[in-house]
Design a protein around this ligand. Structure first.
Ligand code: NAP
Length: 285
């Protein structure tokens, strides 16, 4: 697979979002482990997770634990950059709540370290701004984790351009990634994508197919993607990811999956070359 950089780490240009394997509707563990192993077999070296990727209130970190198990039981487990997050909570009723307080982020990071079984987390991302906590305080906690060596690299998620600049300043120029929603249907993170390109910060588009519930409708809802997919004899999902990769060299999509087939299909986007005309058509679609 072609590679891209996140900070000082080279990763395959298509990552894996592991959320569908832990939230409501998740598959059984055997299928989840097979999906994670299929990703490693296919050369995926970036796996995105979060302590909040779980369903019941009593299973915080379900996804991190699953990933740790999958990596420990595969030859290439050591090659993977695990990108986790803190700052979201799931009370168990299907909702998502926030706690961006420094105290919570510090405790959450310690718990993620234990679940992942590592001395330092590869990439720790502040999940989402908490309106009750000054952004500088939340990012300040991440800076302390970085300075203490508990995390190797720092990222943010669901951030606007001002927050990206502010976070990079607070982190002393050490912000390596921004993870925002970006898909054919949801393009309003374009300014953040462009800013990341300018600053040389990795941009990780999340829910690239429109999210778990909508991923199956990609071809029917976006005819230009479907038409170009037919011309290349590939899935609309591959075209979607190849289009994102073509947007900027800092883009590293993290498509979610809960089936090995999905992963195997998505990673092929790394080698799919779209013409300038096709990219322009998809930009305009
Ligand atoms: N930072 C944040 O606030 C935030 C928010 C949401 C998500 N995320 C991250 O972003 C990741 C991706 O987003 P997402 O999982 O919400 O949505 P998504 O990537 O848009 O869609 C995921 C779904 O796409 C299907 N899929 C994957 N590859 C496919 C292919 N090649 N062909 C057909 N279907 C395919 C999968 O189906 P199967 O399940 O059947 O394999 C999966 O359930 C998450 O897993 C998570 O790591 C972050």
């Amino acid at each position: 697979m072609n590679t891209r950089r996140i900070g000082d780490v080279q990763v395959g240009s298509i990552g894996l979002g592991a959320m569908p394997m832990s939230i409501e509707g998740r598959p059984d563990e055997t299928r989840s482990l097979a999906t994670l192993h299929a990703a490693l077999d296919a050369g995926v070296t970036l796996i995105d997770t979060a302590d909040a990727y779980h369903a019941g209130a009593d299973e915080v970190g379900h996804n991190e634990t699953l990933i740790a198990r999958a990596l420990a039981s595969h030859d290439r487990g050591g090659d993977v950059l695990v990108a986790t997050k803190g700052g979201h909570l799931r009370p168990g009723d299907g909702s998502w709540t926030l706690d961006g307080s420094p105290g919570h982020l510090k405790r959450a990071c310690e718990a993620s370290l234990r679940r992942l079984g590592v001395e330092a987390i590869g990439l720790y991302q502040f999940h989402r701004p908490d309106p009750r906590v000054p952004y500088a305080d939340s990012v300040g906690a991440v800076r302390e984790l970085l300075d203490e060596g508990k995390i190797r690299m720092a990222g943010i998620s669901n951030a606007d351009p001002e927050q990206i600049r502010q976070a990079d300043e607070i982190l002393g120029g050490r912000l390596v990634s921004v993870q925002n929603q970006f898909s054919p249907a949801f393009r309003s993170s374009e300014p953040e994508l462009l800013l990341c390109g300018e600053l040389g910060i990795a941009f990780l588009p999340y829910s690239p197919f429109g999210g778990i519930a909508r991923a199956g409708e990609l071809a029917s809802q976006h005819v230009a993607f479907a038409r170009i997919a037919r011309a290349h004899g590939v899935s609309a999902h591959q075209v979607c990811l190849a289009w994102m990769l073509a947007r900027s060299p800092v883009v590293v999509p993290i498509p979610g999956a809960s089936r090995p087939e999905s992963v195997r299909d998505s990673v092929q986007a790394a080698d799919l070359v779209l013409s300038a005309g096709e990219i322009a058509e998809l930009d305009a679609a």
